[in-house]
Unconditional design. Sequence first.
Length: 153
Amino acid sequence: MNLGNSLFHARKKCGLSQEEVAEKLGVSRQTISKWETDETLPDIRQSKKMAKLYHVSLDELVEFDIDLKEIEEIIEKSSEVKEEKIDWTKAWGKKYPILLKYQEEVNIPYYAVKLSAMLDELKEECGYSELDTFLVLKDILAGIWKHRKSNIV
């Protein structure tokens, strides 16, 4: 995504018009338009002011990803009660169909015993809670996947 597009999406996310931003920054509406269309670039001072105005860091503003920001906000706002109602296998199964059919192909009890032993070992070794232990193991697996995926490509 280019800087102008990032500025546009960050402004829209805050529900501000170009006129409102221009007034707060002490520039013209046309200047805001030029920044958002990549005709010109804001200087670093103006960029810092926009980041503050849009409630994001300067780094986030430069690389503003509306989809990622929305996902992060949804995760932050979700409650345990809502999370328990979600069938994550079904939800992710739409994108990854293997999640909907592996149960017929995999010896689940065999792998469940091995993974359970790993969870118990990690919990005992580090003194984590049950949930924290699960999250750490999940994160370790995600890191392994990321590493393997980068070696495949």
